[in-house]
Design a protein around this ligand. Structure first.
Ligand SMILES: [Zn+2]
Length: 311
């Protein structure tokens, strides 16, 4: 079997589609759905995301199909900040002959948080703060404009930025409506720290909890104590992460005589089903914010900021 580097080299050097045969509109390919959605809004064109709904970008290893899809892009958009950890070599190789933009790396490093999972590295989950994500949107718009991408990029970008500002406003009001002690977000992995910082939610990730390890038992007790002291009514599962640790925590709390509910499923590192409102960045975040606020005792409209949620 070919090793991955050899496969990449083979695909990159094979004449899949000669430059001259390409359509005049540059092709855009993105890694995550959240990035593809920004590019869709800015261009008004379809943009392929190689990570579909439910895919974990931290661990996903590039397939031959992914490599082919990326190799067809005139502009490759990825998150960066080591989110797509398994794609680093591939993207570095591709950057020698194609425009590659790490959208999250356009954000002022002073605004980044540290990754709780990897000391010394920035937390890559910047899309969880709509204000930071609007910086990423502007970086994409600038790259497209540089390439001479056709269409009304400026008007489309402004409409997108207006939506992101409305989302930010909604999130602020929704989270502020949660009774102060219950403003604690307990989820499977550490994806929500930017959301927490932006809107005043304490965030606790429980990934790695195992009832067999001593560290796991200690962490579990810490979280059960937090749930009791703050009267936290719910904890949350994520669409792209196993719910094992969340179930273990709910059982642990039950063992200590506390009933804590599953507050619902959040979209952390991937969006909802393609073609649905939740399958857009705006819809994904509306879903998350509305689900969190409703489950923690806040006052939010049942179908979210614009009445479009499927809940
Ligand atoms: Zn993540």
């Amino acid at each position: 079997m070919l090793d991955r580097r050899a496969l990449i080299a083979m695909i990159l050097t094979s004449p899949v589609m000669p430059m001259a045969a390409r359509a005049s509109t540059p092709a855009i390919v993105a890694t995550t759905g959240m990035i593809a959605d920004l590019a869709r809004r800015i261009t008004g064109a379809e943009v392929q995301a190689i990570f579909g709904p439910g895919v974990d970008p931290h661990g996903h290893r590039p397939t031959r199909t992914d490599i082919l899809a990326l190799s067809r892009g005139d502009l490759i958009l990825h998150n960066g900040l080591n989110l797509e950890a398994q794609l680093t070599d591939l993207l570095t190789d591709m950057a020698t002959q194609t425009r590659v933009l790490a959208v999250a790396e356009s954000i002022d490093p002073g605004l980044l948080l540290n990754d709780p999972a990897y000391a010394g590295f920035p937390d890559p989950h910047v899309w969880m703060d709509p204000t930071l994500w609007s910086t990423a949107a502007q970086a994409i718009a600038a790259a497209l404009s540089d390439m001479g991408y056709p269409g009304d990029l400026a008007a489309n970008t402004q409409a997108l930025l207006d939506d992101l500002a409305a989302l930010d406003n909604y999130a602020r009001t929704a989270i502020a409506s949660i009774p102060e002690p219950a403003r604690v977000l307990i989820t499977a992995h550490d994806a929500f720290n930017y959301l927490g910082r932006a809107y005043g939610l304490e965030v606790q990730g429980i990934q790695g909890i195992s009832t067999e390890s001593e560290a796991g038992v200690a962490r579990m007790q810490e979280l059960v104590t937090l749930i009791r002291d703050r009267q936290v009514p719910a904890v949350f599962v994520e669409s792209s992460v196993t719910d094992r640790s969340v179930r273990a925590l709910i059982e642990g709390a039950a063992g200590a005589g506390m009933i804590v509910a599953t507050g619902g499923e959040l979209f952390s590192d991937a969006m909802g089903p393609e073609g649905s409102y939740e399958g857009t960045y705006l819809g994904m975040m509306d879903h998350n914010i509305t689900t969190i606020a409703a489950a923690l005792g806040g006052d939010v409209p049942g179908r979210g900021m614009s009445g479009k949620l499927a809940m």
